[in-house]
Ligand binder design. Sequence first.
Ligand code: 7TS
Length: 418
Amino acid sequence: MNSAEKLRSDRVVLDVEAVRREFPILRQEINGHPLVYLDNGASAQKPEAVIEAEARCYREYYANIHRGVHHLSQRSTAAFEEVRGKVRGLLNAPSEKEIIFTRGATESMNLVAYSYLRPRLQPGDEILITAMEHHSNIVPWQILCDQTGARLVVVPISDQGEISLDDVAERLSERTRLVSVVHVSNALGTINPVRGVVELAQARGVPVMLDGAQAVPHMPVDVQALGCDFYAFSGHKLYGPTGTGVLWGRYELLESMSPWQGGGDMIRSVSFEKTEFADPPARFEAGTPNIAGVIGLGAAIDWFQALDPAAVAAHEADLLHYAAERLGAIPGLRLIGTARERAGVISFVMDDAHPHDIGTILDGYGVAVRAGHHCAQPVMQRYGIPATARASFGVYNTRSEVDKLVEAIGKVRELFGG
Ligand code: 7TS
């Protein structure tokens, strides 16, 4: 057993208390109760390693990148570029030239919309998505449809919150130009059969984009094993800084794409007669990027990899299972999203209390959940509800925090006469 394997086997069972100590924000009381942070789906908290990496950049070696011969610029450039390799490793991407830094999953998907898809769309062409997408995987395609006369085709979801591959196959046509599917749903927690989707699409020569915003923080992701063409995620949900995200794309596709934003750092040469664009990834990174943020993302990836994504997945699967069992036993509470394969989030509604009231009362007990449509309004429409309350888990959450959630829900029932 080499040292990396040893580290991994030692950590298969996470020492959650040790993990918690790495998050300064968790050591506080909210409304007189210890903070129970269950809003990781919206954004995760940051460990010392990430806070420190970003602060160190500013304290010790910050300068703009890719353009200075001076020492600090060279150091910042090296630290920034090193993160491409870390992302490559995290996703098992073939090459770090395929890693584009963005502001987040939203920007990653818009980049694919404008650089990849828009020039390829004709009136009557189709873009295939599912009924459980986040708005960021709906609206960019709708904007393109308005501009080009293309059409959005939607794979339905079952009462449990699952898609069927038969429904996907039925909706793929010779007009489908892109399939874009969420890997893990932020509203339902469903883990989609994305490998099956990729096989169906690619058999017809249709590229597949996966929205991994809620997958990467919760499980090992291997883009080569998935076989997809584009993969997006947000750094801030992976314990990294806000304003960081990634688009991974197959190099041959990236190479065939025009830039979507023009500016500094994305060109080879500029004159008024002719401008030549740089190769990917620089072609898609116009302007000064989030330098310290990306360096912080690198620290987040190191930190997350050292925990072992598989161990994180196992710990969170236990939490989710426990939470589903305990919440499922509360009279008048209904779980929204009961797919067989789930990760990260548990959504629910209660007979007598609106999700916003649930969220407010839970906050009174220090329990932070999100209440609302979770930027997935079509999911709410599908279930005929205005909103859900959603607990979303991170690696630092514990069963005893689930107990506190359940206790606080008991207070909601008392107040609302359940
Ligand atoms: N895709 C999914 C599946 C998401 O859950 C989110 C954010 C995004 C894309 C967009 O990510 P961003 O970092 O670009 O904003 N989801 C949530 C959420 O569930 N609550 O707040 C943000």
